[in-house]
Design a protein. Structure first.
Length: 512
């Protein structure tokens, strides 16, 4: 039966084909990788990702996308990876595309962290990769904004053109007319004349310094002789002081005998014995009525002197040395008529001298005047009235360094720490601001420091001195902001009383 033979052949052939296909399928690698190792990540943009899209490390496929879901505002991508992978926990994951319009895949970028990712963990470090679709959508959203910006720029350009053709043109024409009227030329010419006058004054100052050079040397010689004489006077005073103290000791020894006689007389007066006058005086002393009368008189005198105690004062001597070596010396007196009001008097001797004096001299055959300023080597004085507020804040006003000025002080720790500020000088220019702080290191000795002329920029003004050599301090003039340090002595009423007693006794012993 030929049909049966054909059926058997067909069945054997089909069976062999099935066996061959089964062998091929068994030996083929699985198209899906990973079974139990899973991980997930959150992306802002999950477009062009599909189920089964590859997951790669360094270009080698190690898994695939198993699930795509929405979690809040993010796209959650669940991954199924190979079981034998050791992925660091801090690894990065990013989305990449093999072509501009093809599907994307995920790339894991391992790091050097020793801690490994476990199955079910989240890959937290996500780098959002850009795609053509994302770029196109971004451009689509940005184009209206660009159009609006271009319209704004166009409107601004049109407004600027109208403003340039109207307001700007008129302003330039007004400025041209203003310049043509000489508003700039006249001040420049005046400044040029002022500079010429200043140059002439500096030349005259140089000539004056050149003339004063011999007198300055003679003054230094006189100072040197004065110092030598002062040393001799100090030595003589020391010797006289020692002799005076010895004489005072001898005088005290001679007082012992009169003192004993005085004690005998007072004892006789108290007992009412001895001569008639002693008995009478003793009765008066021991009489209670006499004691009451004397007490009334003393109370009256005490009430009268109490009013004088409200008048308190102190004297001060202060020296300041700035960073450029110019010294200043102040002699200060403060008088307090009441607890909250006081008067401040001060005399200053410094390198600035007295207030400059102006003089105008007309020039022959010329319609102009020359202005001269001379500064005398003299002292400046201060006289201010002040009031105390809250016990430690003082406000002052009056004359400061021979000009009008005001000041404020803050006293801490019973006056042992002082902060002082003064504003004075001409009102037509920048005034002179002086800030200082002082602290007591001993009972009457203070150290101080601060800044003077704080509002004006510092600088040096060169003085033309010609060919004759002059001392260094006469070659430049320092002006503006300056820093200083110094020390001060303060003597109150108690100090002055003690000094009068000690030095008065010394003087009396020397005279005797």
């Amino acid at each position: 039966m030929p049909w049966l033979s054909r059926i058997v052949k067909a069945a054997v052939t089909i069976l062999l084909v099935l066996l061959i296909l089964m062998l091929i399928r068994v030996n083929m690698p699985a198209t899906k990788v990973g079974q139990h190792f899973r991980a997930w990540a959150l992306f802002h943009d999950g477009s062009r990702l599909a189920l089964g899209s590859p997951v790669r490390i360094a270009g080698v496929r190690v898994g695939e996308i198993d699930k795509l879901t929405i979690q809040g505002d993010f796209a959650r991508i669940d991954l199924r990876l190979q079981d034998d992978l050791d992925i660091p926990l801090d690894s990065w994951i990013t989305k990449r595309a093999e072509s501009a319009f093809g599907d994307s895949y995920l790339e894991i970028i391992p790091t050097g962290d020793a801690q490994k990712l476990k199955s079910g963990d989240q890959i937290v470090h996500v780098e959002e990769g850009s795609s053509t679709d994302t770029t196109l959508r971004t451009l689509t959203r940005a184009m209206p904004k660009i159009d609006n910006g271009l319209d704004t720029v166009h409107d601004f350009a049109m407004s600027g053109r109208r403003w340039a053709n109207s307001s700007l043109k008129e302003s330039l024409e007004d400025a041209d007319r203003w310049l043509a009227e000489g508003h700039i030329d006249k001040p420049i010419a005046a400044a040029d004349e002022a500079m010429a006058g200043f140059e002439a004054r500096t030349q005259r100052a140089a000539d004056a310094l050149e003339t004063a050079h011999p007198d300055f040397d003679n003054a230094l010689d006189r100072y040197n002789r004065g110092i030598v004489n002062a040393r001799g006077s100090i030595a003589d005073f020391k010797k006289s002081f020692q002799q005076g103290m010895a004489n005072a000791r001898e005088g005290m020894d001679r007082i012992d005998e009169p003192a004993q006689e005085y004690a005998d007389i007072t004892a006789a007066v108290d007992q009412g014995s001895g001569e008639d006058w002693k008995g009478t005086l003793g009765r008066l002393v021991n009489n209670p009525k006499t004691a009451d009368d004397i007490e009334d008189v003393t109370n009256t005198i005490a009430d009268g002197t109490a009013g004088l105690n409200r008048l308190k004062s102190w004297l001060g001597l202060r020296g300041e040395l700035n960073v450029y070596g110019d010294p200043r010396v102040y002699l200060t007196a403060e008088i307090r008529a009441r607890n909250d009001k006081f008067y401040l008097l001060e005399i200053e001797k410094g390198p600035l001298g007295d207030i400059p004096a102006d003089q105008l001299h007309d020039v022959a055959n010329a319609v102009q005047y020359n202005r001269y300023q001379s500064i005398a080597d003299s002292v400046r004085f201060s006289a201010q009235f002040g009031k105390t507020f809250w016990g430690h804040v003082q406000l002052r006003g009056g004359i400061k360094d021979s000009t009008f000025g005001i000041g404020a002080d803050v006293l801490l720790r019973n006056g042992k720490l002082r902060f002082e500020s003064d504003l004075f000088g001409s009102l037509s220019y920048t005034p002179r601001l002086k800030l200082a702080a002082s602290a007591a290191v001993f009972r009457s000795l203070y150290i101080l420091g601060g800044v003077d002329d704080a509002l004006n920029a510092p600088g040096f003004l060169r003085i033309i001195n010609g060919n004759t050599p002059v001392p260094q301090q006469f070659t430049t003039l320092r002006y503006g902001r300056n820093y200083f340090v110094g020390a001060a002595l303060h003597f109150d009423d108690a100090d002055l009383t003690g000094m009068i007693r000690v030095y008065g006794a010394m003087l009396a012993a020397l005279i005797k």
